[in-house]
Design a protein around this ligand. Structure first.
Ligand code: MLT
Length: 332
Protein backbone atom coordinates (compact mmCIF):
# COMPACT_ATOMS: atom_id res chain seq x y z
CA UNK A 1 0.00 0.00 0.00
CA UNK A 2 1.38 3.44 -0.97
CA UNK A 3 1.87 6.14 1.67
CA UNK A 4 -0.92 8.14 0.03
CA UNK A 5 -3.51 5.33 0.09
CA UNK A 6 -2.46 4.42 3.68
CA UNK A 7 -3.12 8.02 4.73
CA UNK A 8 -6.49 8.03 2.88
CA UNK A 9 -7.68 4.80 4.56
CA UNK A 10 -6.54 6.13 7.95
CA UNK A 11 -8.53 9.34 7.33
CA UNK A 12 -11.63 7.33 6.29
CA UNK A 13 -11.28 5.25 9.44
CA UNK A 14 -11.11 8.37 11.61
CA UNK A 15 -14.15 9.92 9.86
CA UNK A 16 -16.17 6.69 10.24
CA UNK A 17 -15.30 6.51 13.94
CA UNK A 18 -16.30 10.18 14.36
CA UNK A 19 -19.64 9.51 12.64
CA UNK A 20 -20.35 6.54 14.93
CA UNK A 21 -19.55 8.69 17.99
CA UNK A 22 -21.66 11.62 16.69
CA UNK A 23 -24.79 9.52 16.06
CA UNK A 24 -25.68 8.84 19.70
CA UNK A 25 -24.77 12.46 20.54
CA UNK A 26 -27.34 13.76 18.01
CA UNK A 27 -29.99 11.39 19.33
CA UNK A 28 -29.22 12.54 22.87
CA UNK A 29 -29.49 16.20 21.82
CA UNK A 30 -33.02 15.57 20.44
CA UNK A 31 -34.10 13.78 23.59
CA UNK A 32 -32.65 16.58 25.69
CA UNK A 33 -35.32 19.12 24.63
CA UNK A 34 -35.48 21.61 26.18
CA UNK A 35 -31.88 22.36 27.02
CA UNK A 36 -32.26 26.16 27.07
CA UNK A 37 -34.95 28.76 27.91
CA UNK A 38 -38.17 28.90 25.91
CA UNK A 39 -39.69 32.20 24.73
CA UNK A 40 -43.46 32.59 25.07
CA UNK A 41 -44.53 35.46 22.81
CA UNK A 42 -47.47 37.50 24.14
CA UNK A 43 -48.81 39.66 21.30
CA UNK A 44 -50.22 42.40 23.58
CA UNK A 45 -49.02 44.81 26.26
CA UNK A 46 -47.99 43.60 29.70
CA UNK A 47 -50.71 43.62 32.33
CA UNK A 48 -53.63 42.71 30.01
CA UNK A 49 -55.57 39.44 29.81
CA UNK A 50 -53.26 37.58 27.40
CA UNK A 51 -50.22 38.58 29.42
CA UNK A 52 -51.93 37.69 32.72
CA UNK A 53 -52.82 34.20 31.52
CA UNK A 54 -49.35 33.69 30.04
CA UNK A 55 -47.70 34.75 33.30
CA UNK A 56 -49.92 32.36 35.28
CA UNK A 57 -49.20 29.28 33.14
CA UNK A 58 -45.53 29.98 32.30
CA UNK A 59 -43.98 29.14 35.71
CA UNK A 60 -45.65 25.71 36.10
CA UNK A 61 -44.88 24.96 32.43
CA UNK A 62 -41.26 25.92 33.09
CA UNK A 63 -41.18 23.62 36.11
CA UNK A 64 -42.54 20.73 34.03
CA UNK A 65 -40.06 21.40 31.22
CA UNK A 66 -37.04 22.00 33.46
CA UNK A 67 -36.20 25.28 31.70
CA UNK A 68 -37.34 28.91 32.12
CA UNK A 69 -40.30 30.05 30.00
CA UNK A 70 -39.69 33.74 29.34
CA UNK A 71 -42.50 36.08 28.32
CA UNK A 72 -41.78 38.45 25.43
CA UNK A 73 -44.44 41.09 24.72
CA UNK A 74 -44.45 41.85 20.97
CA UNK A 75 -47.30 44.32 20.47
CA UNK A 76 -49.15 45.92 17.56
CA UNK A 77 -51.61 45.07 14.82
CA UNK A 78 -54.28 43.83 17.24
CA UNK A 79 -51.99 40.93 18.18
CA UNK A 80 -51.14 39.96 14.60
CA UNK A 81 -47.63 41.51 14.71
CA UNK A 82 -46.44 39.24 17.54
CA UNK A 83 -48.18 36.17 16.16
CA UNK A 84 -46.69 36.76 12.69
CA UNK A 85 -43.21 37.18 14.19
CA UNK A 86 -43.53 34.06 16.34
CA UNK A 87 -44.92 32.05 13.41
CA UNK A 88 -41.68 32.70 11.49
CA UNK A 89 -39.45 31.36 14.28
CA UNK A 90 -37.82 27.96 13.91
CA UNK A 91 -40.20 25.10 14.74
CA UNK A 92 -37.91 23.76 17.45
CA UNK A 93 -40.06 24.36 20.55
CA UNK A 94 -37.96 27.27 21.77
CA UNK A 95 -40.46 29.88 20.53
CA UNK A 96 -44.13 29.44 21.37
CA UNK A 97 -46.95 31.98 21.57
CA UNK A 98 -50.18 32.81 23.38
CA UNK A 99 -52.83 33.33 20.71
CA UNK A 100 -56.52 33.98 21.29
CA UNK A 101 -59.97 34.33 19.86
CA UNK A 102 -58.87 37.52 18.09
CA UNK A 103 -55.53 36.52 16.59
CA UNK A 104 -56.70 33.01 15.66
CA UNK A 105 -60.44 33.52 15.14
CA UNK A 106 -61.38 37.07 14.22
CA UNK A 107 -58.28 38.42 12.44
CA UNK A 108 -58.83 36.60 9.11
CA UNK A 109 -62.13 38.47 8.67
CA UNK A 110 -60.50 41.86 9.20
CA UNK A 111 -57.06 41.67 7.56
CA UNK A 112 -56.93 41.25 3.80
CA UNK A 113 -53.20 40.41 3.83
CA UNK A 114 -52.85 38.40 7.05
CA UNK A 115 -49.47 36.66 6.89
CA UNK A 116 -50.63 33.50 8.63
CA UNK A 117 -53.50 31.06 8.43
CA UNK A 118 -54.74 30.32 11.98
CA UNK A 119 -55.67 26.76 10.99
CA UNK A 120 -52.49 25.91 9.04
CA UNK A 121 -49.47 27.97 10.13
CA UNK A 122 -49.27 26.58 13.68
CA UNK A 123 -48.94 23.43 15.70
CA UNK A 124 -51.72 23.78 18.29
CA UNK A 125 -50.52 22.97 21.83
CA UNK A 126 -53.64 23.58 23.90
CA UNK A 127 -56.27 25.93 25.27
CA UNK A 128 -55.16 27.66 28.48
CA UNK A 129 -58.38 29.41 29.52
CA UNK A 130 -61.81 30.48 28.36
CA UNK A 131 -62.57 34.12 29.18
CA UNK A 132 -66.12 35.53 29.18
CA UNK A 133 -66.44 39.05 27.81
CA UNK A 134 -67.82 41.80 30.07
CA UNK A 135 -69.23 45.21 29.05
CA UNK A 136 -67.44 47.68 31.32
CA UNK A 137 -67.46 51.46 31.65
CA UNK A 138 -65.77 54.15 33.71
CA UNK A 139 -67.04 54.22 37.26
CA UNK A 140 -69.06 57.43 36.84
CA UNK A 141 -70.64 56.61 33.48
CA UNK A 142 -74.13 58.16 33.66
CA UNK A 143 -76.28 55.01 33.29
CA UNK A 144 -77.40 52.58 35.96
CA UNK A 145 -78.08 49.53 33.76
CA UNK A 146 -77.44 48.11 30.29
CA UNK A 147 -80.62 49.62 28.80
CA UNK A 148 -79.64 53.08 30.08
CA UNK A 149 -76.07 52.57 28.84
CA UNK A 150 -77.27 51.69 25.33
CA UNK A 151 -79.67 54.67 25.36
CA UNK A 152 -76.79 56.97 26.33
CA UNK A 153 -74.70 55.62 23.44
CA UNK A 154 -77.61 56.27 21.06
CA UNK A 155 -78.12 59.80 22.32
CA UNK A 156 -74.50 60.89 22.32
CA UNK A 157 -73.01 58.93 19.41
CA UNK A 158 -69.31 59.69 18.87
CA UNK A 159 -69.10 61.79 22.06
CA UNK A 160 -68.42 58.54 23.92
CA UNK A 161 -65.11 56.74 23.47
CA UNK A 162 -64.69 52.98 23.23
CA UNK A 163 -61.26 51.48 23.94
CA UNK A 164 -59.92 48.41 22.17
CA UNK A 165 -56.63 46.60 21.66
CA UNK A 166 -56.33 47.00 17.89
CA UNK A 167 -58.17 45.70 14.85
CA UNK A 168 -58.84 41.98 15.21
CA UNK A 169 -58.30 41.86 18.97
CA UNK A 170 -60.99 40.42 21.25
CA UNK A 171 -61.98 43.86 22.57
CA UNK A 172 -62.23 45.18 19.00
CA UNK A 173 -64.15 42.21 17.55
CA UNK A 174 -66.52 41.85 20.48
CA UNK A 175 -66.83 45.65 20.66
CA UNK A 176 -67.70 45.94 16.97
CA UNK A 177 -70.28 43.20 17.33
CA UNK A 178 -71.80 44.96 20.35
CA UNK A 179 -71.91 48.32 18.53
CA UNK A 180 -73.48 46.74 15.49
CA UNK A 181 -76.19 44.94 17.53
CA UNK A 182 -77.13 48.03 19.53
CA UNK A 183 -76.46 50.42 16.64
CA UNK A 184 -73.93 52.57 18.53
CA UNK A 185 -71.32 54.75 16.82
CA UNK A 186 -68.77 55.69 19.49
CA UNK A 187 -65.25 56.99 18.83
CA UNK A 188 -62.63 54.25 18.99
CA UNK A 189 -59.45 54.70 21.03
CA UNK A 190 -56.78 52.12 20.20
CA UNK A 191 -54.28 50.62 22.67
CA UNK A 192 -51.57 47.99 22.45
CA UNK A 193 -53.56 45.87 24.85
CA UNK A 194 -56.48 46.21 27.25
CA UNK A 195 -54.13 46.37 30.26
CA UNK A 196 -53.30 50.01 29.45
CA UNK A 197 -56.88 50.57 28.20
CA UNK A 198 -58.34 49.60 31.58
CA UNK A 199 -55.81 51.84 33.36
CA UNK A 200 -57.24 54.71 31.30
CA UNK A 201 -60.80 53.56 32.05
CA UNK A 202 -60.03 53.73 35.77
CA UNK A 203 -58.60 57.22 35.25
CA UNK A 204 -61.73 58.26 33.29
CA UNK A 205 -59.77 58.90 30.07
CA UNK A 206 -62.03 56.58 28.02
CA UNK A 207 -65.70 55.69 28.51
CA UNK A 208 -66.13 51.97 27.95
CA UNK A 209 -64.94 48.71 26.39
CA UNK A 210 -65.82 45.05 26.03
CA UNK A 211 -63.01 43.12 27.70
CA UNK A 212 -62.11 39.67 28.97
CA UNK A 213 -63.11 38.91 32.54
CA UNK A 214 -59.58 38.09 33.73
CA UNK A 215 -58.56 41.68 33.06
CA UNK A 216 -61.54 43.46 34.60
CA UNK A 217 -62.68 41.26 37.51
CA UNK A 218 -60.16 42.66 40.07
CA UNK A 219 -61.10 46.26 39.16
CA UNK A 220 -64.82 45.50 39.31
CA UNK A 221 -64.32 43.85 42.70
CA UNK A 222 -62.39 46.95 43.84
CA UNK A 223 -65.14 49.23 42.50
CA UNK A 224 -62.83 51.32 40.30
CA UNK A 225 -64.87 50.62 37.13
CA UNK A 226 -68.46 49.44 36.54
CA UNK A 227 -69.97 46.54 34.56
CA UNK A 228 -73.27 46.55 32.68
CA UNK A 229 -73.41 42.87 31.74
CA UNK A 230 -71.42 39.69 31.21
CA UNK A 231 -71.86 38.21 27.72
CA UNK A 232 -72.45 34.59 28.82
CA UNK A 233 -75.64 32.59 29.47
CA UNK A 234 -74.70 32.19 33.19
CA UNK A 235 -73.42 34.75 35.70
CA UNK A 236 -69.80 34.39 36.76
CA UNK A 237 -69.10 33.20 40.31
CA UNK A 238 -66.47 35.94 40.64
CA UNK A 239 -68.92 38.69 39.60
CA UNK A 240 -72.21 37.45 41.05
CA UNK A 241 -73.77 40.93 40.98
CA UNK A 242 -73.23 41.43 37.23
CA UNK A 243 -76.27 40.40 35.13
CA UNK A 244 -75.90 38.35 31.99
CA UNK A 245 -76.69 39.99 28.66
CA UNK A 246 -79.79 37.74 28.53
CA UNK A 247 -80.97 39.05 31.88
CA UNK A 248 -80.16 42.63 30.88
CA UNK A 249 -82.18 42.41 27.65
CA UNK A 250 -79.43 41.83 25.06
CA UNK A 251 -79.40 38.03 24.44
CA UNK A 252 -77.93 38.53 20.94
CA UNK A 253 -74.59 39.54 22.46
CA UNK A 254 -72.84 36.50 23.90
CA UNK A 255 -69.05 36.13 23.59
CA UNK A 256 -66.63 33.92 25.46
CA UNK A 257 -63.07 34.45 24.31
CA UNK A 258 -60.25 31.93 24.76
CA UNK A 259 -56.47 31.99 25.05
CA UNK A 260 -54.31 29.17 23.77
CA UNK A 261 -50.70 28.13 23.26
CA UNK A 262 -49.45 27.61 19.70
CA UNK A 263 -46.05 26.85 18.16
CA UNK A 264 -44.78 27.44 14.62
CA UNK A 265 -45.83 24.40 12.59
CA UNK A 266 -43.52 21.47 11.97
CA UNK A 267 -42.40 20.75 15.55
CA UNK A 268 -40.56 17.46 16.03
CA UNK A 269 -43.17 15.05 17.42
CA UNK A 270 -41.50 14.55 20.79
CA UNK A 271 -41.02 18.32 21.24
CA UNK A 272 -44.73 18.96 20.59
CA UNK A 273 -45.65 16.16 23.00
CA UNK A 274 -43.48 17.71 25.74
CA UNK A 275 -45.11 21.11 25.32
CA UNK A 276 -48.62 19.60 25.38
CA UNK A 277 -47.73 17.67 28.52
CA UNK A 278 -46.22 20.77 30.18
CA UNK A 279 -49.40 22.78 29.56
CA UNK A 280 -51.46 19.88 30.93
CA UNK A 281 -49.32 19.71 34.06
CA UNK A 282 -49.67 23.48 34.49
CA UNK A 283 -53.47 23.47 34.16
CA UNK A 284 -53.83 20.49 36.48
CA UNK A 285 -51.70 22.23 39.10
CA UNK A 286 -54.24 23.29 41.81
CA UNK A 287 -52.70 26.74 42.61
CA UNK A 288 -52.49 27.55 38.88
CA UNK A 289 -56.13 26.52 38.26
CA UNK A 290 -57.13 28.52 41.29
CA UNK A 291 -55.47 31.68 40.04
CA UNK A 292 -57.26 31.38 36.68
CA UNK A 293 -60.63 30.56 38.29
CA UNK A 294 -60.35 33.45 40.79
CA UNK A 295 -60.04 35.83 37.82
CA UNK A 296 -63.19 34.34 36.27
CA UNK A 297 -61.31 32.21 33.72
CA UNK A 298 -62.66 28.83 32.63
CA UNK A 299 -60.08 26.04 32.64
CA UNK A 300 -60.88 23.34 30.08
CA UNK A 301 -60.60 19.73 31.16
CA UNK A 302 -58.24 17.10 29.66
CA UNK A 303 -59.29 16.30 26.10
CA UNK A 304 -61.10 19.64 25.69
CA UNK A 305 -57.84 21.54 25.84
CA UNK A 306 -55.40 19.41 23.81
CA UNK A 307 -54.11 19.99 20.26
CA UNK A 308 -57.06 18.30 18.51
CA UNK A 309 -59.62 20.31 20.51
CA UNK A 310 -57.69 23.54 19.84
CA UNK A 311 -57.44 22.85 16.10
CA UNK A 312 -61.20 22.27 15.96
CA UNK A 313 -61.82 25.41 18.00
CA UNK A 314 -59.70 27.56 15.66
CA UNK A 315 -61.50 26.25 12.57
CA UNK A 316 -64.94 26.77 14.08
CA UNK A 317 -64.07 30.25 15.40
CA UNK A 318 -62.79 31.44 12.01
CA UNK A 319 -66.03 30.13 10.44
CA UNK A 320 -68.13 31.79 13.16
CA UNK A 321 -66.43 35.20 13.25
CA UNK A 322 -65.88 35.77 9.53
CA UNK A 323 -69.54 36.42 8.56
CA UNK A 324 -70.38 38.12 11.88
CA UNK A 325 -67.49 40.61 11.63
CA UNK A 326 -67.91 41.32 7.93
CA UNK A 327 -71.55 42.19 8.64
CA UNK A 328 -70.47 44.38 11.59
CA UNK A 329 -67.93 46.20 9.35
CA UNK A 330 -70.67 46.85 6.75
CA UNK A 331 -72.86 48.25 9.54
CA UNK A 332 -70.20 50.75 10.76
C1 MLT B 1 -57.81 41.84 23.38
O1 MLT B 1 -58.67 42.70 23.39
O2 MLT B 1 -57.59 41.10 22.43
C2 MLT B 1 -56.97 41.63 24.62
O3 MLT B 1 -57.57 42.22 25.69
C3 MLT B 1 -55.59 41.96 24.40
C4 MLT B 1 -54.71 42.02 25.61
O4 MLT B 1 -54.25 41.00 26.12
O5 MLT B 1 -54.42 43.12 26.02
Amino acid sequence: MSALSLRRSLMLGILAAAAVMAAPAAATAQHAYPDRPITLVVPFAAGGPTDTIARIVAPPMAKALGQPVTIENVTGGGGTTGITQASLAEADGYTIMMGHMGTHGAAPALFRALKYDPAKTFDPIGVAAGTPVVIVARKDFPASDLKGFIAALHDSGPAYSQAHAGVGSVSHSAGMLFDSIVNAKPTFVVYRGTGPAVNDLIAGQVDFLTDQIVNVAPHLQAGTIRAYAIATPERSPVLPGVPTTREAGLPEFEVTAWNAVFAPNGLPKEVGAKLVQALDVALDDPPTRDRLLKLGGKVPQGIDRGPAALQKLVESEVARWTPALRAAVDNQ
